[in-house]
Design a protein around this ligand. Structure first.
Ligand SMILES: NC(=O)c1ccc[n+]([C@@H]2O[C@H](COP(=O)([O-])OP(=O)(O)OC[C@H]3O[C@@H](n4cnc5c(N)ncnc54)[C@H](O)[C@@H]3O)[C@@H](O)[C@H]2O)c1
Length: 338
């Protein structure tokens, strides 16, 4: 893929050393591959709580630290010599956050502060992976980076994730006042090979996993809630650029597709791609997430700033991305059986 076109900012020439926290995870491991392909030396910090060692390539230019991002001494060692930090480590997925909100808050908030402190000292730029969750239940569509956010009650554990990610963003801007360079990326439902099939962020992964196992597709609620799905390669291309393009410093950028798809339609597309009948099983939210649960009915990103600053343009059509994710799920299922 060309790094620059007429509308895409040209990246600085040359590569260096980059730290990827959460580099063994779904998006992180694709980013690590991208950095290595562009001849970066890559340092990964991951506790392998959801990430997999086997997703990391065997490469002399890859250095792996197994540990917790809340360990300041570990982050201090890992960041040495890095000019950019892609901070992706977090407790991810509504199901996981609802199951243990305290751990999620501590990892997301304390972990990010350790990373920001270390980056300020090392004079490294931070690319912070935030989330469309921070917009909450806002109906000011499409969601603009500086637009309103509407979060529900603090009794609803789901909002712990949104609040913690928003606090991470505040922390990044507070550290910028002390001289840090940094950019916030709000990811909207990214999907593709290696995504964890357990959890709500990964509904494409969950559906692909179900069809390759011959299980029915479970739709939470009535399935009319919509999302905009971004293929992982498109996400990684923009995330990578955010670490390098000078104009990204200080920005909040949405990374998502603008193609709005209902969960029901998504299920239909996955079943069609797999060549199986679409026979969904509807499950009330309460049965999955308990009594206190709220779900944004629609989510569409405003990507004007990402286009302008990064030259961001999603290029993978949903049916291609589904086909690739399905092929990966089928391969994994076959490997597990043999
Ligand atoms: N996938 C999406 O659609 C999506 C949407 C919005 C935001 N995000 C954000 O993108 C980032 C990456 O998410 P992902 O989908 O690749 O999830 P993931 O679970 O695959 O990646 C998270 C990684 O962080 C590691 N990790 C977790 N806690 C850690 C800790 N305390 N110390 C060190 N490592 C730790 C995990 O082992 C894993 O490798 C996260 O910050 C997430 O909040 C993702």
């Amino acid at each position: 893929m060309p790094l620059a076109s007429a509308k895409r900012p040209v990246l600085p020439v040359g590569s260096g050393r980059a730290l990827v926290t959460g580099g063994a995870g779904f998006i992180g491991s694709h980013l690590v591959e991208r950095l290595l392909a562009d001849r970066w030396t890559v340092v990964v910090v991951d506790d392998f709580s959801t990430g997999q060692r086997s997703w990391l390539p065997d490469d002399d230019r890859l250095i792996v630290f197994e540990g917790d991002i809340r360990d300041a001494a570990l982050i201090g060692r890992a960041i040495d010599g890095c000019s950019v930090v892609y901070h992706l480590a977090a407790v991810v997925g509504v199901r996981r956050v609802v199951a243990d909100p305290l751990r999620a808050i501590q990892v997301i908030v304390d972990g990010t502060e350790r990373v920001l402190e270390a980056a300020l000292a090392a004079r490294a730029r931070v690319v912070l992976a935030s989330s469309s969750e921070v917009y909450g239940l806002s109906d000011a569509l499409p969601f603009a980076p500086d637009g309103p956010r509407l979060l529900g009650s603090t009794r609803v554990p789901r909002w712990a994730y949104a609040t913690a990610k928003a606090l991470d963003e505040h922390l990044l801007f507070a550290y910028r006042e002390r001289g840090l360079e940094g950019v916030v990326l709000r990811y909207f439902n990214t999907y593709g090979p290696r995504q964890d099939a357990a959890g709500y962020a990964g509904v494409v992964a969950t559906f692909c996993d179900a069809v390759v196992r011959g299980k029915p597709l479970e739709i939470h609620g009535d399935g009319r809630q919509t999302r905009c799905f971004l293929y992982v390669d498109d996400n990684v291309d923009a995330t990578y650029r955010a670490g390098l393009v000078p104009e990204a410093d200080g920005e909040i950028l949405n990374l998502g597709s603008t193609e709005e798809v209902s969960i029901l339609e998504l299920g239909r597309l996955v079943a069609e791609a797999a060549g199986v009948p679409f026979d969904p099983r509807f499950v009330p939210y309460q049965d999955v997430f308990g009594d206190h649960f709220e779900d944004p009915p629609r989510r569409i990103p405003d990507i004007a700033a990402s286009e302008r600053v990064l030259g961001f343009r999603p290029t993978t059509p949903l049916h291609d991305g589904i086909a690739r994710t399905l092929a990966w799920a089928a391969e994994r299922h076959a490997a597990a059986r043999s």
